[in-house]
Design a protein around this ligand. Structure first.
Ligand code: HEC
Ligand code: HEC
Length: 160
């Protein structure tokens, strides 16, 4: 897909035509060049700060509205497991249940319809927005989606 090769400058020029916008978005703090940083450009410390201010509160809110008792208070370990202790924040992580690897999520919809619907409709868009990443596209099979957090049957999938 051509989009993957677009440079930010070209993006700006085409922004009027391309209503769905350009990725990655500059969601981070202002960098040395005076421009806000993309997620990919951020340092580990900047990423931690961004997780704390942008990702955790929004994700906590979402999980809480879904199951108030179970997710009354969540922290980094919700997604990263032992990460805060070991310093390993790599995603996707074996801390979360492995998914089927099926593109259309058939087994997930069958076994866990509620969480699959919630994640597809709300968690994935929320996370993609917070990270300034393009949401997963079923055509390109790339972008932020289920497999940005979960592993497939035999490891990372869809470019994660
Ligand atoms: C709702 C799930 C979720 C929560 C909660 C969460 N994270 Fe993350 N975190 C992610 C995902 C997904 C990524 C990978 C983003 C990407 O690169 O696509 C990530 C990436 C990171 C990275 C970058 C890892 C790397 O290899 O560059 C760090 C550091 C991090 N998180 C720290 C934290 C901290 C600290 C907290 C708590 C304040 C936290 N995270 C809470 C989902 C979460
Ligand atoms: C930002 C990280 C993140 C993303 C993206 C994500 N999940 Fe999850 N998923 C979690 C966390 C955290 C849990 C554990 C809490 C829970 O039970 O929901 C989980 C649990 C699950 C479970 C197990 C539920 C249970 O009750 O055992 C399934 C199934 C699941 N996710 C499917 C999906 C599907 C399908 C998608 C994509 C549409 C997806 N997830 C996207 C973080 C994520």
């Amino acid at each position: 897909m051509i989009e993957a090769n677009w440079r930010p400058g070209v993006c700006m020029a085409l922004a009027v035509l391309i209503v769905w916008g350009c990725y990655p978005k500059r969601v981070g703090p202002v960098g040395l060049e005076g421009k806000r940083l993309t997620w990919a450009e951020m340092s580990v410390d900047q990423r931690k700060a961004h997780m704390k201010s942008e990702v955790l509160p929004r994700a906590a809110e979402l999980f809480k509205t879904w199951r108030p008792e179970r997710f009354a208070s969540v922290d980094c370990s919700l997604c990263h497991g032992q990460g805060p202790k070991t310093g390993n924040f790599q995603m996707p992580t074996p801390h979360l249940p492995r998914l089927s690897g099926e593109l259309l999520l058939g087994p997930e919809f069958e076994k866990h319809p509620d969480t699959t619907r919630l994640k597809l409709d709300r968690l994935v868009p929320l996370m993609a927005d917070a990270l300034g990443k393009k949401p997963f596209s079923i055509l390109t099979r790339r972008g932020f989606g289920c497999y940005s957090c979960h592993l497939g049957p035999s490891g990372p999938m869809f470019g994660n």
